[in-house]
Design a protein around this ligand. Structure first.
Ligand code: SAM
Length: 192
């Protein structure tokens, strides 16, 4: 059976190399931050965001335990404020939406901040870079969040980006992901 997490990583690897600058917009327990840190190496840079102190704590502990390069900045703030922290172009970004595994399910990502965060992130990603968004439609906010993201991304001109959806057709509420390739440096504003 195809493992969608592995597929995401294979796609991300096309855009990430040693020295790349990337962002994990939903740090959680740090698994994606750790993977990104190892991919970009000591000359690269990882920005990671979460609104929860527990996420920052768990991620810091994981990165230290794994002897990661000092190539990361952990930010306790909402991802829609990313421009307060990142002022350079990105090679790739990851959103793994939903709530912290094993944590408070009410502290889930929300359409009101996820959408501005995605639209702002798109303006920072280089031509040739990508954005990966994992969606969990098994809970109501996740389902609505996914529908809205698909709707918004379908309105962008392909001149700027190509957006793909990967889902399991015969498992209606299973997680799926959206993969966005930036074709041309995007300055903001949906064009059609
Ligand atoms: C599914 S978890 C991420 C899992 C993580 N990538 C990992 O590898 O463990 C989603 C995370 O998004 C965080 N989150 C929710 N709203 C957020 C926001 N506005 N900005 C940044 N992070 C947010 C939650 O606190 C939660 O930790």
């Amino acid at each position: 059976m195809l493992n969608l997490r592995d597929t995401q990583k294979e796609l991300l690897k096309k855009h990430i190399q040693k020295g790349s600058v990337v962002a994990d917009f939903t740090m959680g327990n740090g698994n994606d931050t750790l993977w990104l840190s190892n991919q970009v190496g000591e000359n690269g840079k990882v920005f990671a965001f979460d609104i929860q102190e527990a996420a920052v704590y768990n991620t810091k502990a994981l990165l230290e335990k794994e002897n990661c390069a000092q190539n990361y900045t952990l930010i306790k703030d909402s991802h829609h404020l990313l421009k307060n922290y990142i002022d350079c172009p990105l090679d790739a970004g990851i959103f793994n939406l939903g709530f912290l595994p094993g944590g408070d399910k009410s502290l889930t990502t929300l359409r009101s901040t996820t959408l501005p965060a995605i639209e702002t992130a798109l303006t920072l990603i280089k031509a040739g870079g990508c954005l990966m968004i994992a969606i969990y439609p098994g809970h109501e906010e996740g389902r609505l969040e996914g529908e809205l993201i698909c709707d918004i991304l379908s309105k962008y001109d392909q001149k700027h980006l190509s957006a793909y959806r990967f889902n399991v057709l015969n498992a209606a509420t299973s997680p799926y992901f959206i993969y966005v390739e930036i074709n041309e440096k995007y300055k903001g504003g949906i064009t059609k």
